[in-house]
Design a binder for this molecule. Structure first.
Ligand SMILES: *Cc1c(COP(=O)(O)O)cnc(C)c1O
Length: 383
């Protein structure tokens, strides 16, 4: 069986986890801070907060940015439901900006048009969440430029994109955003089992996120409402959550990030082979602008033809044990979102893309021979 993605766990990863299991702290210990520091250094960003999932990280990122009931958040329809759901957790509303026909990322021209319209309607978004689809960074400079004009905060959903680069910066640097969020689910670039991280340059957002991660509780004397009753004292200042990562997970993450560059190098090699070996087939790949480097989380292609044809190709690959996947069903086409009032036709590009999309297997341990087999099967299925 060839999955579309999977983790790579080394002996060193296992030893790092076992060392935590033998230590005094398996959660809220030193491994968390080590992992946070390591990721912050890698991304050249001031603050990093380890969280138990990217979904939870998005939730507290939105809250820490002041997103409140009634506020409006925008994101791409071509994403996992979590990017949008987190707005709803906060009691807010969500809307979607259609994708670019070539990069399959949120389309900046459509963002601009929609902002102008929202401005006329008095319904500006409070937060815009671009998603670096498949690991390919969005047009961050333009999105940041528009944020200054229209007054929204930018949260990068970089669940696919640790190790990606935009111009001279690594994704996670937050040079063009308020917050960046990573996911460490096993299909992503590096893993902690379940896990995520929130990165920011803003001290206020960092402090609020740390508090929200742990029940809204603080021991920081500077922000206590009065003098402490004693050394045990803490205060709950707002309604937070238990969104903490364990030290077991953090140790795995810190060990994994040491191999991040080699993970991406192998993914890039596999992408180069797909590009070459699929060149004569009726499939389209994601455009990759030259001023950015994808982390290559996915290798999505568009199969020429209709939805039926995509279905046949999917079934043919599946029958050969190649467990391809489709990223993504436009979020607002989910029954839950339909029931909120979203109708077909809202984002025509995302819908057209979805009808043709298949993500081919791409992961560190995929061998050249396995990849050749995938390509042979795809070639036969397309014939
Ligand atoms: C995986 C993913 C998430 C959610 O990540 P978890 O760590 O599983 O919560 C959010 N957004 C995107 C784009 C993802 O791919």
């Amino acid at each position: 069986m060839i999955p579309y993605g999977r983790q790579n766990i080394s002996e060193q990863d296992i030893e790092a986890v076992v060392a935590v299991l033998r230590s005094d702290f398996i959660t809220q210990g030193p491994a968390i801070e080590r992992f946070e520091r390591r990721v912050a250094e890698y991304c050249d960003v001031s603050y990093a907060v380890a969280i138990n999932s990217a979904t939870a990280a998005l939730h507290i990122a939105y809250l820490a940015l002041g997103f409140s009931p009634g506020d409006i958040g925008w994101t791409s329809p071509n994403t996992f439901v979590a990017s949008a759901n987190a707005f709803l957790y906060c009691g807010g509303k969500v809307d979607f900006v259609d994708i670019d026909p070539n990069t399959w990322n949120l389309d900046v021209r459509k963002l601009k048009d929609k902002l102008r319209q929202a401005d006329r309607d008095g319904a500006r978004p409070r937060i815009v969440t671009p998603v670096h689809f498949g690991g390919l960074p969005c047009d961050l400079e333009e999105i940041a430029e528009l944020s200054r004009q229209f007054g929204y905060a930018v949260v990068e959903d970089a669940s696919h994109a640790i190790g990606a680069q935009y111009q001279d910066y690594r994704i996670g640097s937050c040079r063009h955003s308020d917050v960046t969020v990573f996911s460490f689910h096993p299909v992503k670039i590096i893993t902690t089992g379940e896990g995520g991280m929130l990165l920011t340059r803003r001290r206020d957002v960092y402090e609020r996120a740390v508090r929200l991660r742990s029940h809204g509780i603080t021991r920081n004397a500077e922000i206590l409402t009065g003098p402490p009753d004693g050394p045990w004292y803490y205060e709950q200042l707002e309604l937070g959550f238990n969104y903490r990562m364990t030290d077991i997970q953090a140790a795995l993450g810190a060990s994994q990030i040491e191999r991040l560059e080699s993970f991406i190098a192998r993914r890039r090699e596999l992408v180069r082979r797909y590009d070459q070996l699929l060149a004569d087939l009726p499939v389209r790949r994601q455009a990759r602008p030259e001023d950015r480097r994808s982390a290559h989380h996915l290798y999505p292609v568009r199969i020429a033809g209709d939805e039926m044809r995509r279905g046949r190709i999917f079934a043919a690959l599946d029958a050969e044990g190649i467990k391809v996947n489709v990223h993504y069903i436009p979020v607002y086409r989910q029954p839950y979102y339909r029931q909120l009032g979203f109708a077909a036709g809202l984002c025509p590009e995302a819908e057209a893309y979805y009808r043709q999309a298949i993500s081919l297997p791409l992961y560190y341990d995929l061998s050249d021979a396995q990849q050749d087999f995938v390509i042979d099967c795809l070639r036969r299925a397309l014939a």
